[in-house]
Design a protein around this ligand. Structure first.
Ligand SMILES: [Zn+2]
Length: 254
């Protein structure tokens, strides 16, 4: 699967085949935290063009969650309690999280968490939320805001001092703007190791999510939770398979 001679499309085709044939047998037992980025906007460093989800597809996916009667869409800030839980998260702080995703989620009464990098909010890049829209987003019923590092850099590559600043400054910046405690974060680019995890704990975070696939349970390290990546190329069958754990086998190869 890691053979660089294979194109991304070929890898996806093989992955679908594996999921269809043995995915059910290799399914993990636990809660799935879904990872989204943008609903329509271009995402930086998106080599394979998979992180910007079409609005209609996103709506269909959320409706699919309602149809699936064996799952429960819950908030992340309560931690992981039951294996049938599904948690919806967004990284970065795209404007469309507020303008497109939030109205859909609110109409379905689904809670969700948005991990925001203050550096992207301050960048004046129109793809991202500005301070006012971030404030409005944070006040939507069911929405929780977490941090995502300050400058969106890879925390594993930071010096100890820079790491501490990234973790603490993003937390303080969000708490000052939103007047709420910020105890959750996701690791930018999924870059986490034991040093970064421990620094996040020292900075006062209680829950942190990675980008590693797999399930979570009440025994999981709350500062190193797995997430299930949802791609723009996922059809509804693949989406429901991912929520159902049929793609959990990917944790062995990523
Ligand atoms: Zn990010």
């Amino acid at each position: 699967m890691n053979n660089s001679l294979l194109t991304f499309k070929q890898k996806v085709r093989i992955s679908r085949l594996i999921s269809n044939i043995v995915g059910g047998v290799l399914r993990g037992q636990g809660a799935h935290i879904l990872m989204y980025h943008s609903i329509g906007e271009v995402v930086d460093d998106d080599r394979n063009g998979i992180y910007s989800i079409d609005e209609a597809d996103f709506y269909s996916q959320m409706c699919k969650l309602i149809e699936m009667d064996n799952i429960d869409v819950v908030k992340l800030d309560n931690g992981i309690a039951n294996p049938n839980e599904v948690i919806i998260t967004f990284d970065d702080g795209f404007r469309d999280t507020y303008e497109v995703a939030a109205p859909i989620l609110s109409s379905l009464e689904f809670p969700f968490t948005v991990f925001v990098s203050p550096g992207l909010i301050e960048s004046n890049d129109k793809r991202y939320l500005d301070k006012q829209s971030l404030l409005k987003l944070s006040r939507i019923d069911g929405c929780n805001i977490g941090a995502h590092g300050y400058s969106h850099c890879r925390l594993t590559e930071c010096s100890d001092k820079k790491l501490q600043n990234e973790l603490e400054d993003s937390k303080t910046w969000l708490e000052d703007l939103l007047s709420i405690p910020v105890n959750m974060m996701s690791y930018p680019h999924g870059a986490v190791d034991q040093r970064v995890r421990d620094a996040a704990q020292s900075a006062g975070y209680e829950i942190a999510t990675s980008s590693q696939p797999g399930v979570n349970s009440d025994k999981s390290d709350c500062l190193w939770l797995n997430r299930t990546d949802i791609w723009s190329i996922d059809d509804l069958k693949t989406f429901s398979q991912k929520v159902d754990g049929v793609w959990d086998w990917m944790r062995w190869i990523v």
